[in-house]
Design a protein around this ligand. Structure first.
Ligand SMILES: [Zn+2]
Length: 233
């Protein structure tokens, strides 16, 4: 069992301990910085797990859409519209991410704040730093063809600098981007985003769509964690 600093002080010097009781408790920076729980993306929400090759696995895809409607709100014209009283966009929140304006679903804003906090603190070596120039969040028009529903419509996805971090598996002209040319040993060579950034997003329940075997969308992170578990109780 760890002894609290106040109890330790009481042993060492009773009157200093009494004085310290009148001050607000001081949490060290490391404790403050854990403003969010670490969590993994939920497997059933990961795109590759509800695809059969290039087509949707209907039952699994519906399960993923239903969950998102229940948690974030409905999308007009998309399945399960009747389950959400309010649209996802009615929960849009303006914030700044790494100094840039961004609109996302209000429920994931705390997770992004934790991502930023950790990026600024942990990704500080020369090969870990990255200066974002443009970010995008909420969208009101579906960017996917077919029956897929983009997480941008729910406000739970963020794109960082598309011109530097391409989507090599998306429609033309994306595959022609210079970073998509030639063979590479890993997808991390297709993006300017440092590994430290990708790892940081993934600590807080975001899935990097660069990992998607079909899309290889390296600009895109989507929150697939449990929104009820972002902030500790
Ligand atoms: Zn995106």
């Amino acid at each position: 069992m760890r002894r609290s600093p106040t109890k330790l002080l009481a042993v060492l010097c009773p009157w200093v301990a009494a004085l310290s009781l009148t001050l607000p408790s001081v949490r060290n920076a490391e404790a403050e910085y854990r403003g969010c729980r670490f969590q993994k993306p939920q497997a059933f929400l990961i795109r590759k797990n509800f695809m059969l090759g290039k087509v949707l696995d209907g039952r699994k895809a519906n399960q993923a859409i239903r969950y998102r409607v229940e948690e974030y709100g409905r999308i007009e014209g998309a399945p399960y519209e009747q389950l959400g009283e309010q649209t996802a966009y009615s929960h849009a929140k303006s914030m700044r991410f790494m100094g840039l304006p961004l609109i996302v679903h209000e429920r994931i804003a705390p997770a992004l704040a934790c991502v930023e906090h950790r990026l600024r603190k942990q990704c500080t070596k020369s090969n870990e730093r990255y200066s974002a120039r443009a970010v995008g969040g909420f969208r009101t028009e579906n960017s996917y063809r077919g029956a897929e529903v983009s997480n941008h419509l729910f406000g739970i996805a963020i794109d960082i600098d598309p011109n530097r971090n391409p989507c090599c598996g998306c429609v033309a002209p994306w595959p022609e981007h210079k970073a998509c040319q030639g063979s590479v040993e890993s997808i991390f060579e297709r993006t300017e985003l440092p590994r430290c950034w990708i790892d940081t997003f993934e600590k807080y329940g975001f899935y990097w769509l660069g990992r998607d075997p079909q899309l290889r969308d390296t600009m895109h992170f989507e929150f697939l964690g449990n929104p009820k578990r972002i902030v500790p109780d």
